[in-house]
Ligand binder design. Structure first.
Ligand SMILES: [Zn+2]
Ligand SMILES: [Zn+2]
Length: 339
């Protein structure tokens, strides 16, 4: 499924076209995967609508890829052939700058993303650097494993960046694919932490309660207690402003969104220094994911036996999955299964 040109998905509900392409050849250091499943992520909407546009078109989107390694390029151990592997947003980086040396290659100026800067997993085959293909825990089915590669890994990074300790209170504003996995991780790793969920959609709030949130409310509601950290996964500004108000002194808001839409940008004018920022409140963004996040998260998922909630679509229905995601119709994560 190929993206040939950028568009507003609300005006053009079929941004991707199904095309037949030759199977790519793995270059030196690369592997060829036969794709089994690929998750559908909000970032694809940002790519299609130009907020984080692919540098070259056409491109095949998709960065929550689960596949089987079927061919290894030069300099890759042939022992990996047959391995089931996952590929996330991290495709490659320079490998030698200060960020790459510190294992923060997500911040490298030459960071390349799967499905934006290189062809991704909305396809039957994909080539990737062998070091960006990670073993997937055996207990997971192919479609279940897919959302863990992005929503899970970036959720893991955002939780890491909150710096919370067991017993601290945590808010989640927005409750989609990534946030529901964060809630599960918190329950496992920080059992005394209470989680407060802000979501516009009543069915998302209900889902959060089922998964163990102690309180849920609309985006603009005030939480019953001030929160030590909040993770924002929404595409807009209102939740950022409202979250700052709900933070406790010294609290941190972590924005897990690759881009924000500008429709409600004027909401930022409501920021009042004493109410939203005073008392050492912080805002930090989450940029991409590193190899460390993907590796550690997959390990944690294996310990926790995370079973993400998913909705499946055949590859050729990718446009339907994307338009439903655009409308905010989400319960768990959307995944394409590929035969
Ligand atoms: Zn993603
Ligand atoms: Zn680098």
């Amino acid at each position: 499924m190929i993206l040939n040109s950028l568009c507003d998905i609300r005006e053009n509900p079929e941004p991707l076209t199904l095309e037949q392409l030759p199977v790519p050849e793995p270059g030196p250091g690369e592997v060829l995967l036969k794709v089994l499943a690929c998750g559908v992520c909000h970032t694809e909407l940002d790519e299609i609508e130009g907020r984080t546009a692919p540098p070259v078109l056409p491109v095949i989107p998709g960065h929550e890829v689960v596949g089987r390694i079927v061919k290894a390029g030069a300099d890759v151990e042939s022992g990996r052939i047959g391995e089931r592997a996952g590929v996330g947003w991290f495709y490659s980086s320079c490998g030698h700058c200060r960020y790459c040396s510190d294992k923060n290659e997500n911040l490298c100026s030459e960071f390349k993303a799967t499905g934006r800067d290189a062809d991704g997993g909305y396809a039957e085959y994909i080539t990737v650097p062998a070091s960006s293909a990670f073993p997937v825990p055996d207990y997971l089915g192919d479609t279940q494993a897919a959302p863990l590669l992005c929503a899970g890994a970036i959720g893991y990074r955002s939780l890491r960046l909150t710096g919370i300790k067991n017993g601290d209170s945590l808010g989640l504003t927005g409750f989609g694919g990534s946030a529901h996995l964060v809630l599960k991780m918190v329950k496992f790793r920080y059992p005394d932490t209470e989680v407060f969920v802000f979501a516009r959609n009543p069915s998302e709030r209900e889902f959060a309660t089922e998964l163990g949130a102690v309180w849920t409310g609309d985006t603009a509601e005030e939480s019953p207690v001030r929160l030590n950290s909040i993770v924002d996964t929404t595409p807009v500004w209102k939740p950022v402003v409202e979250a700052m108000r709900n933070l406790a002194p010294g609290g941190r808001l972590v924005i897990n969104a690759i881009r924000k839409e500008s429709a409600d940008l004027d909401y930022l004018l409501r920021i009042s220094y004493p109410e939203h920022l005073w008392m050492e409140k912080e805002i930090k963004s989450v940029a991409n994911v590193s190899r460390r996040d993907i590796t550690e998260f997959l390990q944690l998922a294996g310990e926790m036996r995370i079973q993400p909630e998913i909705e499946e679509y055949p590859l050729e229905n990718a446009n339907q999955a994307l338009t439903e995601l655009r409308r905010g119709n989400v319960r768990g994560a959307k995944v394409l299964h590929i035969k």
